[in-house]
Design a protein around this ligand. Structure first.
Ligand SMILES: NC(=O)c1ccc[n+]([C@@H]2O[C@H](COP(=O)([O-])OP(=O)(O)OC[C@H]3O[C@@H](n4cnc5c(N)ncnc54)[C@H](OP(=O)(O)O)[C@@H]3O)[C@@H](O)[C@H]2O)c1
Length: 340
């Protein structure tokens, strides 16, 4: 019987990832049945949320997605290449996106295929995991559905040099034409890059002068704050939102390993009557066809720049180490695991 290497969640983490959190195992592969294909994993997407899916101690009723339980293969999006086909729609050599998980090979049913890869000439082969994947859709939903940005708006975005952040900055500036877009990112190099993508200003949250720099970047404060990171960045940003302004909570990566959130400026929410709203991408599933079409069109038109991803050549057993680069900010643009 054919088999595949997989990486399972051996010990659900409490706090930081440990050397024994994951385990490389070999599992049997089921036979490929009519309509199905056997895929070889080419590349994997890296989502910060995967860390939250590993939390096994939260009441499942409070989660938005099923947890990855002890012993299960780690769930992750990826690009797979067809190596055996019993489908009349897919030929050997074609590539698709699916929840591949941390596995070398996977037998996939037709309904599990998210998209058939259709490369854009001259653009990265990894676009289906970057701006045309989950994170591009998240930025689209944030701009056009959650915030409903207009040209007269100012926007502050944290995690601005990351996957969702870079797409969001570009949509706000180059598609909507927002009056002022300010990013927050870690380090001068990342901030310079965010500005080159269209942001009017980008503030380094690792600098000792962060609070002063943020104030200088937003002399009239901001209508919207789109938060990807939480923690101290959120705490500081709470002081820079206009009265009756809006905070869209997309993520809180700074707390995904369990670091307590200390919001000493929380009173600002009351004093300045903010509207805070969390969202989950799947709430917008009905809009995915429109979002995918528009994002692709804007990439083709050059409104969205996709010339920078962090593609890490990775041996199978190194998949967890590459994923963890998200939490130490080693990625600029989307972090992609390319299996070698
Ligand atoms: N709500 C939804 O449906 C949805 C969907 C997709 C993604 N998300 C969320 O969106 C956020 C961004 O995801 P992504 O895939 O685009 O990741 P990403 O921004 O490409 O990568 C993570 C970045 O977070 C920053 N970071 C890491 N630790 C930090 C800390 N302690 N404080 C501040 N910044 C920190 C790092 O950048 P620096 O070098 O700048 O620190 C790192 O590069 C995540 O919170 C994710 O969970 C939510």
């Amino acid at each position: 019987m054919p088999s595949t290497r997989v990486i399972t969640l051996a010990n659900p983490p409490k706090g930081d990832i440990k050397p024994d959190t994951f385990k490389v195992e070999t599992q049997d592969l089921p036979a490929v049945e009519d309509g199905q294909v056997l895929l070889k994993t080419v590349a994997l997407g890296n989502l910060p949320a995967m860390r939250t899916w590993m939390d096994n101690e939260i009441d499942p009723k409070r989660l938005y997605a099923p947890p990855i339980k002890q012993g299960e293969v780690v769930r992750a999006p990826g690009i797979g290449e067809v190596v055996e086909s019993k489908s009349d729609k897919l030929k050997v050599g074609q590539r698709v996106t699916a929840m591949m998980g941390w596995t070398e090979y996977k037998v996939i049913k037709p309904e599990e295929i998210m998209s058939v890869v259709n490369d854009i000439k001259g653009k990265s082969e990894f676009l289906p995991l970057t701006l045309l994947g989950v994170n591009g859709l998240t930025a689209w939903a944030g701009v056009f559905r959650e915030m409903n940005l207009k040209p007269e708006h100012t926007l502050l975005v944290s995690g601005a040099a990351g996957s969702v952040g870079t797409c969001l900055v570009q949509l706000a500036k180059h598609v909507v034409g927002c009056k002022r877009v300010v990013g927050i990112a870690g380090g001068k190099e990342k901030c310079d890059w965010v500005k080159s993508l269209g942001a009017d200003e980008c503030v380094d949250y690792k600098s000792a002068s962060f609070a002063k720099d943020l104030e200088a970047a937003l002399p009239d404060e901001t209508d919207f704050f789109f938060d990807n990171v939480g923690g101290e960045v959120l705490n500081e940003a709470l002081t820079r939102v206009k009265r009756y302004g809006h905070i869209t909570v997309c993520g809180a990566i700074s707390g995904y390993h369990g670091k307590p959130l200390q919001l000493t400026n929380w009173r600002e929410v009351v004093y300045n009557r903010y509207t805070l709203k969390g969202f989950i991408l799947s709430d917008h599933a009905k809009d995915f066809p429109q979002a995918a079409k528009e994002l692709r069109q804007w990439v083709e038109e050059g409104k969205l720049t996709v010339d920078r991803e962090t593609v890490v050549d990775t041996k199978f057993e190194g998949i967890p180490q590459t994923w963890q680069k998200l939490f130490t900010g080693e990625n600029q643009g989307t972090l992609v695991t390319k299996l070698v």
